[in-house]
Design a protein around this ligand. Structure first.
Ligand code: HGY
Ligand code: MN
Ligand code: MN
Length: 415
């Protein structure tokens, strides 16, 4: 094929598709609130299915609602190359986190159709259910079931803040398929994702060649004291779970900073009970999010958090308990797939650098069962999980073009 290295996607078409998808489940500040298994998620799924079928793909659905749109290859026995990410968003999510990877995969199909390019291996565009874990913890829930990390019945029993079960919510939106989860075998899996950090933009690089992914642990810490009157209870008599929370959050910050630059930690999800202005907090439930590319660091942070939280609570007359509610170990992506991404960036003459993913992604789960790699593009100010998340059309196109060439290197063009 003449000028194969010049193959590029249609940037305007990709940008337009991103804009149309962003209209589903709008946030309140220009981003998205399209949480897993909501009506908005169902609407986004229907749009993706229509687009994929318009592009000649056949859609399949597994029992976790994972979507697989297949473009046939010339060799029906060849294992497919999968490409995708997630359509669900944070409650104050951006328009590109996850979506760029799904629609970047669709854009590959549209481009190959337009150029009448055939590949030996089928190519499958994928949408993984509930990547964010914001409504139903943990993150990467469905790619995790696919990869054998979680039991399917356990996943079905995960509940949201209102007590709705994942399995019931999946049935309610009508996106529970019949296909067994994880039965599919992959030749390779590629995920395009925004960096969600500041490195690529700061260095003026269009592409991140993702060699590794940080590991994470979500530790739910429950602190219990005694509800009492905020006015009439003398200070020495108080058992203030809110004070325990404050000191534990300070300890969490110090634990991560002690491991700088190889660790991060925060607690983004905190419930205070009874959360009344004139009642001393009786109970606080917070989820500590601990991350590092080094497993030993994660384990040390987990141990220190438990020891220091116990000491804090003992000193304040509080009870404390811990539960691991999510997590996965650090990931090393497949060298051959990573090489395909790096070669694609070089072929296209794009500025690139190796990078470790700070965020978790479905690719981190799928790397357990298939050769996997990721392509990253910059995002403005490194901001994500914020409705102000922004990228440029050129960055989206650069990422999708690298994804195209990496996928083709594995799917093998048939002359
Ligand atoms: O938590 C994560 O890293 C991902 O964005 N769900
Ligand atoms: Mn994501
Ligand atoms: Mn995210």
């Amino acid at each position: 094929m003449a000028g194969r290295h010049n193959l590029t996607i249609a940037a305007d078409r990709l940008w337009q598709s991103l804009a149309e998808m962003a209209e589903i489940g709008p946030g309140i500040a220009g981003g998205n609130n399209r949480q897993a298994l909501t009506d908005a998620d169902g609407k986004a799924r229907r749009l993706l299915q229509r687009w994929c079928e318009d592009a000649g793909c056949t859609m399949a659905l597994d029992q976790m609602g994972n979507m697989f749109a297949t473009r046939p290859g010339t060799d029906a026995d060849a294992l497919p190359v999968y490409v995708g990410s997630h359509l669900d968003t944070q409650p104050t999510g951006g328009r590109y986190d996850g979506v760029l990877g799904v629609l970047g995969g669709l854009e590959i199909i549209r481009t190959l159709n337009e150029l009448d390019i055939k590949t030996k291996h089928p190519i499958v565009v994928t949408n993984w259910t509930n990547e964010e874990g914001t409504r139903f913890a943990p993150a990467l829930l469905s790619s995790g079931v696919f990869a054998g990390v979680h039991d399917q019945d356990w996943a079905y029993d995960r509940t949201d803040a209102e007590g709705a079960r994942f399995g019931d919510a999946l049935n309610r939106i009508g996106w529970r398929g019949e296909e067994a989860v994880g039965a599919r075998k992959m030749h390779a899996f590629f995920e395009l994702h925004i960096e969600q950090g500041p490195i690529l933009e700061a260095e003026g690089k269009e592409i991140g060649v993702v060699t590794h992914g940080q590991g994470l642990r979500w530790i739910e810490v429950t602190v219990e004291g005694r509800a009492a009157h905020t006015g009439s209870t003398p200070m020495p008599m108080r058992r203030n779970a809110g004070l325990g929370m404050a000191r534990i959050l300070e300890a969490l910050e110090a634990i991560a900073r002690d491991h700088a630059p190889d660790a991060v930690a925060a607690a983004g999800h905190i419930d205070v009970y009874p959360n009344s202005r004139n009642v001393i907090p009786e109970k606080v439930v917070l989820t500590a999010d601990l991350r590092s590319p080094i497993l030993e660091v994660i384990l040390d942070m987990e141990a220190r958090l438990e020891a220091e939280a116990r000491a804090i609570c003992d000193a304040l007359g509080l009870r404390v308990r811990f539960e691991v509610v999510g997590g996965f170990d650090p990931v090393t992506f497949d060298p051959a797939c990573v090489g395909a991404v790096r070669d694609a960036a070089e072929t296209l003459g794009l500025g690139h650098r190796d990078i470790v993913s700070g965020a978790g992604h479905d690719a981190c789960a799928i790397s357990r069962v298939a050769p996997t790699a990721m392509v990253m593009c910059p995002c403005v100010d490194g901001l994500s999980h914020n409705e102000a998340e922004e990228i440029t059309k050129d960055w989206a196109a650069a990422g999708a073009n690298v994804l195209l060439h990496a996928v083709l290197s594995m799917a093998e063009i048939v002359e």
